[in-house]
Design a protein around this ligand. Structure first.
Ligand code: NAD
Ligand code: UDP
Length: 320
């Protein structure tokens, strides 16, 4: 197949490019590098079946070749990144999704949207099933991301209803692994980098809010299976192993053997207090479930961060 991946130089996109190339597909990666990096795809640049197009997907894009899948991953995804680029985040979620749906329609391709657990906002119920409509502050600091993704989902289903586009919408819960930026501001990358450089681990508020973290290989497996299934979604993907941010900090200090202490910083506005997916649908539909334990995933990620830190000349990057 010929597969277009927007945001292919980002954390998740680069893993997916590698996975689909391994399955012998042709991959066209579109990225403007606002939060991604060529470093993530440097091993792919000389591959015959890989093409990189530097382009802002909020602007029209015309491609000659036939396309089978259009997979829209482009968007700042870390709260620090989208708070820094709120307008670009809304634009890529809305205009960027519009461009991708237009391409998918023109090419009769299957469309994929990387949506997010953030569509549930600060959830009033736990775990969150796909039927839950969410609890989102429409004008808060996270709204540029949450509401853009909600609009993106609405647009995908409007194209399905009005034009019959074959859409596939996944709601991704917190995912981690190699190729995260050291200073992207997300909790796992922040804590691992801080622990490995013996800086204090920055816990916001009391560290009592919860998340559940999925290792990237499991998520990519779920996405690939979902793309081959005949179901539009929305579908939750993630893990159900839920714990607090403080527990995470302590685990990372223990696994890295770090001398770091914990530093408590003010709580973030509109930070969801809990998050855990109901995975009943994904398990049934895809016969899928996460295989990598949280500890195994952390060990793999820590060892990647260690190697990267050692190979870079600038040894202390301030954490965002
Ligand atoms: P990332 O920031 O590492 O990757 C996003 C990529 O999109 C970057 O390479 C960036 O340069 C590119 N991009 C952004 N705006 C663009 C534009 N206008 N045109 C072209 N390229 C653009 O983030 P990620 O963690 O890999 O997330 C990828 C997608 O998955 C996002 O859509 C995000 O909302 C979704 N998601 C991720 C998670 C997670 O835990 N990683 C959770 C939920 C949803
Ligand atoms: N967090 C933290 N310290 C950090 C980064 C994040 O305490 O250095 C907390 C954040 O407030 C949230 C959780 O960790 O409660 C997950 O944050 P992240 O930015 O990784 O993703 P989110 O799930 O909020 O999108």
């Amino acid at each position: 197949m010929n597969i277009l991946i927007t945001g292919g130089a980002g954390f998740l996109g680069s893993h997916l490019c590698r996975r689909l190339l391994a399955e012998k597909h042709r991959v066209i990666c579109v990225d403007n590098f606002i939060t991604g990096s060529e470093h993530n795809i440097k091993d792919l640049l000389n591959k015959k079946k890989f093409t990189l197009i530097r382009h802002d997907i909020t602007k029209p894009l015309y491609l000659d070749q036939k396309l089978d899948w259009v997979m829209h991953f482009a968007s700042p995804a870390s709260p620090v990144d989208y708070r820094k680029h709120p307008i670009k985040t809304i634009k890529v979620g809305t205009l960027g999704t519009h461009t991708c749906l237009g391409i998918a329609m023109a090419k009769h391709a299957r469309f994929f949207l990387a949506s997010t657990s953030e569509v549930y906002g600060d959830p009033a119920i736990s775990p969150q099933p796909e039927e839950y409509w969410g609890h989102v502050n429409p004008i808060g600091e996270r709204s540029c991301y949450d509401e853009a993704k909600r609009a993106a989902e609405a647009m995908a289903f409007a194209y399905k209803r009005e034009h019959g586009v074959d859409v596939h919408v996944v709601r991704i819960f917190n995912t981690f692994g190699p190729c995260m930026r050291f200073n992207d501001g997300r909790v796992v990358s922040n804590f691992i980098y801080q622990a490995l450089t013996n800086q204090p681990l920055t816990v916001y508020g009391k560290g009592s809010y919860t998340r559940s973290f999925c290792y990237v290989d499991d998520l990519v497996e779920g996405i690939v299976r979902f793309m081959k299934a005949d179901y539009p979604g929305p579908l939750n993907l993630g893990t159900t192993y839920e714990f607090t941010v403080l527990e995470l900090a302590k685990k990372i200090i223990a696994l890295t053997g770090s001398r770091s202490k914990i530093e408590y910083l003010p709580a973030q506005a509109d930070d969801p207090r809990q998050r855990r997916p109901d995975l009943t649908k994904a398990r049934k539909l895809l016969r899928w479930q996460p295989r990598v334990s949280f500890e195994q995933g952390l060990k793999k990620t820590i060892s990647w961060f260690k190697k990267e830190i050692d190979s870079r000349t600038i040894r202390t990057i301030p954490v965002a």
